[in-house]
Design a protein around this ligand. Sequence first.
Ligand code: B3K
Ligand code: ZN
Length: 879
Amino acid sequence: MTKNAQVIYLKDYQVPSFIIETTDLDIRIGDEYTSVVARLKVRRNPASKEVSSELVLQGSKDIKLQEVMMDGLILDASNYDLEAAVLSIHHCPEVFELTTECLIQPQLNTTLEGLYKSGGMYCTQCEAEGFRNITYYLDRPDALSVFTTRISANKESYPILLANGNPIDQGDLENGEHFAVWHDPFPKPAYLFAMVAGNLVRQDEEFTTMSGRKVDLQIFVEAHNSHKCDHALASLKRSMLWDEQVYGREYDLDLFMIVAVDDFNMGAMENKGLNIFNSDCVLADPATSSDAMFERIEGIVAHEYFHNWSGNRVTCRDWFQLSLKEGFTVYRDAQYTADTYSAAVKRIDDVTLLRTHQFAEDAGPMAHPIRPASYMEINNFYSVTVYEKGAEVVGMIHTLLGDELFRKGSDLYFDRHDGQAVTTDDFIAAMSDASNIDLSQFKRWYSQAGTPTLTVTDTYDPVNKEYSLTIGQSTPATAECEEKLPFHLPFRMALLDANGKEMPLKLRGADLVHEKSSVLNITQAQQTFTFEAVLQHPTPSLLRGFSAPVKLDYAYTQEQLLFLASQDQDGFCRWEACQRLLIEAMEQAMSQAANVQLEHTLEAMLRSSLVDEDLDPAMVAKLVQLPSEAYLAEMQSTVDVDLIHTGREAMRCAIALALESELLACYQRCHDTGLFRQTAKAIGQRALKNTCLAYLNTLGKPQYQTMAQDQYALNANMTDVGAALTILISQEDGRLATPLLAEFYQSWQGDAQVVDQWFAMQSGANLVGRLPHVQALLQHEAFDIRNPNKVRSVVGGFIRSAINFHSADGSGYEFVADMVLRLDPINPMIAANLAKPLGRFKRHTVGRQQLMQAQLQRLSKADLSNDVYEIVSKALSVS
Ligand code: B3K
Ligand code: ZN
């Protein structure tokens, strides 16, 4: 590979040498060109040691610079340089006004970063470095400025003109044009800038803050989506109230706007006062959206809203600090969901995500600490590590500090740094100062990558009534560091007596007796904790609530696991015990291939969950579901995709055979044909009954296929329709699904969100030999390679179906590499996401490793974007 991509290092950080106090933008939207005039009030930054008087502004190759003026005088070319998209203004005084005029063509911008056109509307995405596609600027998160934005456009095509903050002026102009002026009083970095021009309808709500201020809440969507806004508006109000109650944080502007956009690289964006959302992450209606989508939307609405404090009021000093806002905000949205719905189910979902995807990232070529030390393309670091592991790290601080001190710490953090751009060290300092707890060793979580394994052994001394736990930790080497120093982590545990009751815990050397569970502070490579007055040999309940993002290695006996699966009060540990048993059974099934039978203890365990009508049905669904193939792959040292698939399928059949009557009874009990409800119970029942229906349909019996067809035909809601259709697609010959898929498309072709689901159901089908079908989907009239949701549905769905992506002949890898090459010139960010799975070849069988590497080699010969180059070069350099 020859490319000379620049590597940016955290250690090179320097404060900006200039401050832009105010930014006045005048954006005139035209059919061919959009003109951007930026008037900046600039002064030297007294905190900078830089001696040069040159102001260096970032731009992009697609900006056409028309004019540069300083203090009202046009600068000639000798006063500035424009090279490689960087504008350098020479000889700048202490204080001055700089005005630039540029032309851009948003309608040609397919990267979806900066100002671009989605359908008939103009919109922006500026995080991380999109603002430089709009105009030359100090495009870095520690350059805070007060923005005023004037937008003008044709009134008929773009009746709605929005930007951050409050509207301060508007009016008509000549030639059918009109304008609006917006002012945002809160200084902000350019990545939080947003504007929208389009033909949109509005849905309104109102919220009164804890200090009695009225805030207008507005969602803007295309007219045909106006019936899909209620859920997001209700979610927003709940989030606003929760943030006041739990963090004492109030919204600060009088207006909060959300705009739904069809073409969007990620889920949503927290721009100050003007959140922009991927339509898929905000619009919902029971007829078109599943329960899972409703839940996801609520989480994302909450997440973006919470960023107003954790991200906007207190922002990041540089992009290495991304987890400062993302880890904290993911943690906050998880707390919100746990408080609002089932805490145990939310925890199980989050741990599953972390173990499936983040552990994989930590074990692959893109492994990085939650605060990376270097990057080539920052977009590649909006990762499960920065987000989900980052949230786990904040959660560990909460566990170490306890509720009261954690709140004191977050108050201190927000108060101390309001209006500033800060670092993860500042966050830790606030937490530590407020609690008087030393977090210096804890900070290693920010600089060391890799997933630690905790090896736990125990002994019981019946004479002295003492129980000891010895906990060792070790973390594999990753690219940034070979030798890992021990982490500081909270290890929550309990000891259960023979009746499953939590025993009082008296730790030797500690004064306090914990009534139920305790949090052990792990700080060393190996430590022993001895508990006194332990009257009987206990069953340990370890890593309760998954109190740290680690792998736990403790040699549980099957008997202990069965006990925990039925007795543990900790919802996470109960589920975990169940999962361990199922995984062990599946590992056996993998070695047997044929004639898999369910052991009767396991059968009894699953049966007791299925018949227990007092248990939360959502929890029962979790307890009886097998781990995904991706999750199982993470458990294995060498991944054998086929073995995992056949073993898991065999196990699914064995469960269905053994528990057929219970599954059927459970399905019938939960199948509510009455009025559609969205209560927690009804949602849990739908999850459980669809789990049962899927199990029953592994048996290939016509009566269960008919049940799925009937459920589809009932057309009660998208959760049930989607589940039934997915089950029918997974029946071997496709005979039943084909006419339904055609009918489904006919009915829903006008709704992009439903069409995306239709694509994903087909491309993700867990049947061998699906590549031709997926290739045909790419030719479908509704597929558009420029739309990230479509690419995620079709190509992303295919990658998720491991037996197809990892097809032994390499055709899946070749297909994905083809797609990366096709997409890279259009949208590098999405192309890089598709390339990531190819990089994880190391854990596969030798034949697959070679095939994956061959495709990476092929990619490396192409002229790649920085985004894809970073993924490919890092993958090849560790081989
Ligand atoms: N902050 C945005 C993510 C921006 C991604 C840029 N490549 C959404 C979020 O995490 O809330
Ligand atoms: Zn975020």
